[in-house]
Design a protein around this ligand. Structure first.
Ligand code: ADP
Ligand code: MG
Length: 444
């Protein structure tokens, strides 16, 4: 069966861009083939819709070609779905009858739009999900939960959703605020006996609630309780809720279970660290916007030096431009290298893919060319898998990035390697000991 699917994948891949393929097609798995239908597993309902609307004919054709029989495609949602079947509590209806009287206000930053957001495979899914919900509110993916590391564009996307909705429906009452601001407003309302107004505002007079950095409510019991009722009221009225977080719901400490499960009712979309092309595109866009002359080699240098944080990436460009104008010096590679030495020095002392590859080569006595090459003999494939696993674990590198750094391999290869090592560690204590020793050597 895996063979059938692999063959079908090969065909599909020829027809799609690498980015589209890795975002939408690679995450699917073939579960079953019957006489007339192939059953494909997709990660969630968002995927299901997306595949249904965009790729069904292509999938049908590829499967029919490979198997030689006309084949229907059925989609099923895999694994993590169970939690979504839990029924929502009834919303708090007390406040729905009151007429909205609260001033609607919006603190959306007009700079953060979909148009100014650069899309790459690291953020294609949350971007597509954001557009989907902004175009069709409250009905599909509610809540949308966007999570990802610092400086990767969560706030940008949240504003973009708000701006997009507002541009189409100027009457919409959209609230954008951080979880911290939500708490402050709540506390102030309690103190000044204005809870009715607070509830009126957030439960009855709100059409779209955009809450940034929801992880902040960890451990704030009263705020969690209030947010729980806010959530229920809005959800019950089909009002769109979007949350961002730097942690996955399961990883937010001291969060009430009932909130945790609600965060998973809709769609969870994660933003990954942007790949090289995306970093370059972001830099070039920023340089254009700020009218900074940015030669290609300098852009490449910046994008290579700063990988994990778009804010820092943009900051480095602004910093460089400031120095250049202060010292009246053109921005060239030499100047950029000197100016950014500090940043780069920091990076070099830290754990890097290079260091991991180097240590693994030494440990297994193989050379770097083989480690990043295509040979599949076990004597080399195994160290390669270990190195990939260590990059994932130690650097939290994305699969596409790992693939890239190992001679331009596909992200599915990196993913498979990491899984394989994980399984072996699980099964084999001796193996676990070896890998842990390597980890200690690398300092993580
Ligand atoms: P987060 O909320 O995840 O910490 P932000 O949304 O504040 O990150 O993004 C940090 C900066 O990087 C912002 O200036 C944002 O506009 C910019 N940025 C992040 N991702 C992108 C992207 N894909 N395209 C354009 N700009 C981006
Ligand atoms: Mg943010």
């Amino acid at each position: 069966m895996q063979n059938i699917w692999n063959n079908a994948l090969t065909r599909i891949r020829e027809r799609l861009s690498e980015q589209t393929f890795s975002t939408w097609i690679a995450p699917m798995a073939l579960r079953e083939v019957t006489d007339e239908a192939a059953v494909l597993e997709v990660p969630n309902s968002f995927f299901e819709d997306w595949i249904r609307n965009n790729y069904m004919p292509m999938l049908r054709e590829a499967m029919s070609e490979v198997t030689g029989v006309e084949m229907d495609i059925r989609l099923v949602i895999g694994e993590s779905r169970a939690i979504e079947t839990e029924l929502p509590d009834l919303p708090d209806r007390r406040f729905q009858k009151t007429r909205p009287s609260c001033e609607y206000h919006s603190r959306l930053n007009p700079k953060y739009t979909f148009a100014s957001f650069i899309v790459g495979s690291s953020n294609q899914l949350p971007h597509a999900a954001s557009i989907a919900i902004a175009s069709q509110l409250g009905t599909k993916y509610n809540p949308l939960f966007v999570y990802g590391g610092v400086g990767l564009g969560k706030t940008h996307l949240l504003h973009a959703i708000g701006n997009h909705i507002l541009s189409r429906n100027p009457d919409m009452r959209i609230y954008y605020l951080s979880a911290e601001e939500f708490m402050n407003e709540y506390v102030a309302s309690v103190r000044t006996y204005k809870m009715d107004a607070f509830r009126e505002k957030f439960r009855a007079s709100c059409d779209v609630l955009l809450i940034d950095d929801i992880q902040f409510i960890a451990g704030k019991e009263q705020t969690q309780e209030e947010f729980f009722y806010t959530f229920n009221a809005l959800y019950g009225m089909n009002k769109q809720i979007v949350l961002t977080s730097d942690k996955y719901p399961q990883e937010i400490p001291d969060l009430e279970e009932r909130l945790r499960s609600r965060f998973q009712w809709g769609l969870i979309a994660d933003i990954q660290v942007p790949e090289m092309e995306t970093r370059l595109a972001i830099l070039k866009r920023k340089a254009e916007d700020e009218r900074i002359p940015l030669p290609d080699d300098v852009a490449l240098f910046l994008a290579t030096s700063i990988k994990n944080n778009v804010r820092e990436l943009e900051g480095s460009l602004i910093n460089l431009a400031a120095h250049a104008s202060l010292e009246n010096h053109p921005i060239d590679l030499d100047f950029a290298t000197r100016t950014l030495k500090k940043v780069v020095a920091l990076r070099d002392s830290a754990l890097t893919v290079d260091r991991i590859q180097h240590e693994v080569c030494r440990h297994f006595n193989v050379n770097l060319e083989d480690l990043t090459g295509a040979r599949r003999h076990r004597s080399i494939a195994f160290p390669r898998q270990v190195a990939m696993y260590l990059c994932r674990k130690g650097l939290n590198a994305s699969y596409p990035e790992i693939g890239n750094r190992f001679g331009g391999k596909d992200h599915t290869t990196a993913m498979a390697a990491c899984r394989k090592i994980e399984q072996q560690i699980h099964r084999d204590a001796a193996m676990r000991g070896k890998i842990e020793a390597l980890e200690r050597l690398l300092g993580f």
